[in-house]
Design a protein around this ligand. Structure first.
Ligand code: ATP
Ligand code: MN
Ligand code: MN
Length: 379
């Protein structure tokens, strides 16, 4: 799995609820996810392998098997009998029947010194014991791939292929964890305040300066020779970002979303390209700037924050007294991007702490809440 995202892991069934009128399915809660499972298959407290949305499971006999094809089983947000289902659960015992070559495991129940039953998987190839501990990443073990939308690499006006290089190791790549995967944040981070920005649906671009080095990167690559591309128009011709960065003394990476007619289906119906900054990575301290720091840096670059930043919904939001479903409701709504056509459903929201946490390594905590309304409509 190239993205490095943990898509499948051991978790527990926290809750089981009946669905009115359904005989063969019920709703399980795993972390903050609600997922349809076969009725009677699990008890509350059972450990399972939970696979997140965006997973492609290798070909296999799955419970919802009409969706299976030779390219694997894609886990998306679906609605069954009026209930949203996100993800897929695999009983641990079934994991050992999995035909994927990475799994040659047997299920072992043993007694430890206190006569307690302990269960683990035993990899028959390496003889390695794989303990069934909550949160343990099984993405590669199962051979799960991530659904990635095809991003067209811009081509030169003269038709030659652009060269791409590996992403600079001193910059963090853009990524956000879904709130459903970290429901403990409601407790753990209840004293933080959050900046809430709109999650824009485009392509991630990073523009950086470090000493005498500078460059422009896509989500995963440093790109060279992008003359004549949409990225060049938005980042260089319109905003002159590389020159602007050279005027200040900081080693930073501006990270933002490029939006426009040819990008990700142009959901905002834009007629030209825009670059909207959502984060600034501070290279020397290896952390993201907070909201206030970001505004200050944008001002010193002479970029008006309200014009060039992803839309800000709040800069002092609190999670205190809020539930997961409050946050998911909040994610639904229309885009407030000012260049957007009116009444376009937004993709969701991204929450970032307005102060840093940690005493040794300071960091900004963040998560995303994708709009279920948007996910269901997208198809
Ligand atoms: P996927 O990779 O699943 O197709 P994605 O590219 O949107 O989806 P996610 O992991 O869902 O990636 O979300 C993180 C991405 O969201 C970032 O890489 C960034 O490009 C994008 N993004 C858009 N708006 C914002 C924002 N306001 N704050 C932070 N990131 C944002
Ligand atoms: Mn991601
Ligand atoms: Mn995106």
């Amino acid at each position: 799995n190239e993205s490095g995202r943990s898509l499948a892991y051991f978790e527990r069934i926290l809750k089981l609820e009946a669905i009115v009128g359904a005989d063969v399915i019920e709703i399980a809660t795993v972390l903050g996810w609600r997922v349809v499972v076969k009725k009677g298959l699990y008890k509350v407290g059972d450990p399972v392998v939970y696979c997140e949305i965006d997973s492609i499971l290798p070909p296999w006999q799955y419970f919802i098997d009409d969706k299976m094809d030779s390219r694997g089983f894609k886990i998306k947000t679906i609605k069954l009998r009026g209930e949203i289902s996100q993800g897929y659960c695999i009983p641990i015992k079934e994991l050992i029947n999995h035909p994927h070559k990475k799994i040659k495991a047997v299920y072992k129940e043993e007694e430890d010194n206190n006569n307690e039953t302990i269960v683990h998987l035993l990899d028959e190839d390496s003889n390695e014991k794989i303990p069934i501990e909550m949160g343990r990443n099984l993405t590669d073990f199962i051979g799960i791939k991530k659904i990635t939308e095809y991003v067209q690499i811009p081509r030169n006006v003269n038709g030659s292929n652009r060269k791409a290089y590996t992403f600079p190791s001193f910059i963090k790549r853009t990524d956000q964890t879904r709130i459903q995967s970290v429901p403990h944040y409601f407790d753990l981070h209840q004293d933080l305040l959050w900046e809430v920005t709109e999650k824009l649906e485009g392509s991630s671009i990073t523009v950086f300066k470090k000493g005498k080095e500078s460059g422009v990167c896509s989500r995963n690559f440093l790109i060279e020779d992008f003359q004549g591309s949409d990225i060049h128009q938005a980042v260089i011709e319109d905003l002159d970002l590389l020159n602007r960065l050279s005027t200040i003394d900081l080693n930073i990476a501006l990270q933002g979303e490029i939006l426009g007619p040819k990008i990700q289906g142009n959901i905002y119906q834009l007629r030209k390209n825009y670059f909207k900054i959502f984060d600034i990575f501070l290279i020397d301290s290896q952390r993201y700037a907070t909201h206030d720091e970001r505004i200050e840096i944008l001002n010193s670059l002479k970029l008006t924050p309200s014009d060039h930043m992803a839309p800000v919904i709040s800069n002092s939001f609190s999670l205190k007294g809020k539930t997961l479903s409050d946050i998911l409701d909040m994610a639904n709504g229309f885009s407030i991007l000012k260049e957007s056509k009116p009444k376009i459903l937004r993709e969701g929201l991204v929450f970032k702490s307005t102060s840093t946490i940690g005493s040794v390594n300071q960091s900004v905590v963040s998560f995303k809440a994708i709009s279920n309304q948007y996910l269901l409509k997208k198809k």
